[in-house]
Ligand binder design. Sequence first.
Ligand code: 4HQ
Length: 249
Amino acid sequence: MRIDVLTTFPEMFASTPPAALGVSIPGRAAASGRVEVVATDVRDYSDNKHNKTDDRPFGGGPGMVMMCQPLWDAVTAVEAMDTRVARRVYLTPQGTPLTQRLVEELSREPRLLLIAGHYEGVDERVIQALSPLEISIGDYVLSGGELAAMVLIDAVVRLLPGVLGDHESNQQDSFSAQVAGHRLLDCPHYTRPREWQGRAVPDVLLGGDHGLIAKWRLAQRLERTTYRRPDLLTDQVEASPPSSEPKLG
Ligand code: 4HQ
């Protein structure tokens, strides 16, 4: 998969791959060639003599707005650098919330083009012209879209075929699979020692009955989801399950 990031702060992606994406699972995805992250400075495509990319908002108010021309020309030029068709994504708090379901969908694309804006964002007309998928990573305000882009990249690349080893299969992650059409939180995990500061590991995990362990884990997932994220259980059920999961009951 090729992932392009269009930004006015390419320093945030200065190393290839950028620091946060160069270690752990995303690091392996990049080192094994399963993903290539290419950052492009929107400034390089400005036709302004000072390479200006933003201007004051019409109607007044604080901050700056990214201009149409540099972004449009950057997208056009970067898309022409590779024959694969890119799924365009604009990171914004106004976007559709990023979920594991959406991450799975994006992980099946051959190419993503992520647009990271700063300050008040991007001129609405270039968003309309590009018609990107608008995605939010959460209901809070970042200084720019770059960290949101990195969050999306991290979540996507770990799902690329061959990236996760057998020991780190995503089948048991939070949100990974569905039970009766609902995505559940993960169950609690324990490792040695069996007792720590007077706290014991649940007996069922030490008994070696893998049927019973699977049942216990599913019950824990349901209980935690009920108390911590009841919204996940009232969400619309999904049509086609992405993976199999132990059946209820
Ligand atoms: N920003 N999810 C404002 C975000 C954000 C988010 C990116 C800050 C866009 C213009 N992006 N710029 N939350 O807060 O994606």
